[in-house]
Design a protein. Structure first.
Length: 226
């Protein structure tokens, strides 16, 4: 049953995954200096003075939102919840399997471009600037934080309510909390307690992700989807 459900989810999210891979590929090509039409370019310092990190984060955000709504809201539009919940598997296991497939698909689409860009940046004579692997930390932080956005969009997809009422509150709430964590504290706090925010932001991410997943599983068990 889980194998069939996994294949079903992969078929349904394949389009979004393919579009995101193409978008990541385009941004990666721009990041390493390729242009259309071709011409002389000067590649900026990777992960610091370029646009790749911002563009990759934007694509990751869109992918996370689309995956979450596709696996939850579009199931309601297709009337698939009633059919799925009558399968010989508990609701929690079914939802957990969907979340695992969606999170894995997101990571498989968003992580390899960062690895490829970092590998290119580590090669000699590729750009006019130094490179340390620690320079990729912010890009990885944004990439992994988008998992919380994915969980928030999934929760909004199964949340009862109107679109212009409370339906999007879970996604907006997670996005707001994620923005605060990614923005970091004020410069004064950074000066007083240097480096502390990066550790606490990961604990904050774990708390938000765990709370959102718990809400998804609880709502899936208690809500009447018929």
């Amino acid at each position: 049953m889980l194998k069939a459900l996994t294949l079903k989810e992969l078929r349904e999210i394949a389009v979004f995954a393919a579009i995101s891979v193409a978008a990541f590929g385009y941004c990666l090509a721009r990041g390493v200096g390729y242009r259309l039409p071709p011409g002389p370019t000067v590649a900026p310092v990777p992960f610091l003075g370029d646009r790749f990190t911002v563009e990759a984060a934007a694509i990751s955000f869109c992918l996370a939102v689309l995956l979450g709504f596709e696996q939850s809201f579009l199931e309601s539009m297709r009337g698939a919840w009633t059919w799925l919940f009558y399968r010989p598997i508990s609701r929690r296991k079914l939802i957990a399997a969907k979340l695992f497939v969606g999170a894995a698909a997101y990571l498989l689409c968003s992580a390899p471009p960062l690895v490829a860009y970092a590998w290119w940046a580590s090669l000699p004579d590729k750009h006019a600037g130094p490179f340390e692997w620690s320079m990729t930390a912010e890009a990885w932080r944004r990439c992994l934080w988008m998992l919380a956005i994915y969980f928030g969009s999934f929760l909004s997809g199964i949340w009862p309510g109107r679109w212009f009422g409370t339906r999007l509150l879970p996604l907006f709430g997670v996005a707001a909390l994620s923005s605060l964590a990614l923005a970091g504290p004020s410069k004064s706090l950074q000066y007083l307690i240097p480096g502390w925010w990066h550790y606490w932001s990961w604990a904050w991410f774990a708390l938000i992700a765990a709370g959102t997943i718990y809400s998804i599983l609880y709502l899936a068990k208690s809500r009447d989807f018929s």
